[in-house]
Design a protein around this ligand. Structure first.
Ligand code: ASP
Length: 310
């Protein structure tokens, strides 16, 4: 089986001044995951490491760079799922750690549970030796400015910059990972779709893997990731199933989102009903990337040394 990885850096509206940075960030993450897969690494490790690259990048709304809640604090959500045995790990409303996706993986592999939240998640992080960091380390100038501006707005703005990855490894196993700071100026304790199994992501070797981004409250209402896999089980292609899922979400709950999807055969797609979504994918040693509708820039991986060095 030829390995494949697809990553996203969030659906929404991406200001043109940031477009190039969003592109190079997702490319770097996809290349990192692909490198792991090419060396025989498993899909779970590839999606985790790709997401870590994006959590560490202050541009995206996950880990470092997360948006702030109404109190100006950071509360992050993440999920990871292994399509081989349907094992999954999620954390929600976690604070003061650099990489929520790593904690989600530990929940999956070291506990009998699927989802830990808030204080319990932080106690577990401590027990696993994950260092607590000052919240200031996660907050960027941009997220604080956005928070301040939003305080004056009557309606709650949406978040952009959630990150995610899906992959198939050389053994044919699929996995997904999604991580977010949620939506800007959210209520304290608000948990979105991202850590909810079937909403923020789902992976099943029998069908494929999905990671979602967009309006969390509405994604949850239609369990978007599982809905798309359901359409695929009924015989739709990855594109058809993604379009059908996004259409259902639009018509049923008037919501917009973005998705990355791969099936067990390595067929993949990146689709969105928002204005934009940054995404990148690597298959057959070719790196594809886009932000705008119809954009699909493809370069051989051998010509990407420059991206890796950035
Ligand atoms: N789905 C995320 C949330 O609602 C936000 C996003 O993807 O932009 O928490």
């Amino acid at each position: 089986m030829k390995p494949v990885i697809i990553v996203h850096g969030g659906a929404g509206t991406i200001a043109q001044e940031y477009a190039e940075q969003y592109r190079s960030g997702v490319k770097r993450a996809a290349l990192k995951g692909y490198d792991i897969l090419k060396q025989g690494g498993d899909a779970v490790t590839a999606v985790e490491e790709a997401v870590v690259v994006l959590e560490d990048n202050p541009l995206y709304n996950a880990g470092h760079g997360s948006v702030l809640n109404e109190e100006g604090d950071v509360e992050m959500d993440a999920i990871i799922m292994n399509g081989k045995d349907l094992s999954a790990g999620a954390v929600s409303a976690v604070r003061c750690i650099a990489n929520p996706i790593k904690l989600a993986r530990l929940v999956m592999e070291k506990t009998d549970h699927v989802h830990l939240t808030c204080k319990g998640a932080s106690l577990f992080a401590k027990s696993q030796g994950i260092p607590e960091i000052p919240v200031e380390e996660l907050i960027t100038e941009r997220s604080r400015e956005r928070w301040k501006k939003n305080l004056k707005l009557a309606s709650k703005p949406k978040g952009t910059g959630t990150v995610g990855a899906v992959a198939v490894d050389s053994q044919g196993n699929v996995a997904c990972a999604t991580s977010t700071g949620g939506i800007s100026n959210k209520m304290v304790g608000r948990v979105g779709d991202t850590p909810c199994i079937g909403s923020g992501g789902y992976a099943d070797n029998n069908v494929g893997a999905v990671s979602t981004t967009g309006n969390g409250e509405r994604i949850m209402k239609v369990t978007l990731a599982k809905l798309i896999l359901h359409y695929m089980e009924q015989g739709m292609s990855v594109e058809e199933a993604s379009d059908a899922g996004l259409n259902y979400m639009k018509t049923r709950v008037d919501g917009t989102a973005g998705v990355i999807v791969v099936n067990g055969a390595g067929e993949w797609t990146a689709k969105f009903s928002t204005n934009q979504m940054s995404w990148a994918a690597v298959k057959d040693d070719n790196l594809a990337c886009g932000i705008y509708l119809g954009e699909n820039e493809i370069v051989p991986v051998s010509e990407t040394l420059q991206i890796n060095a950035m």
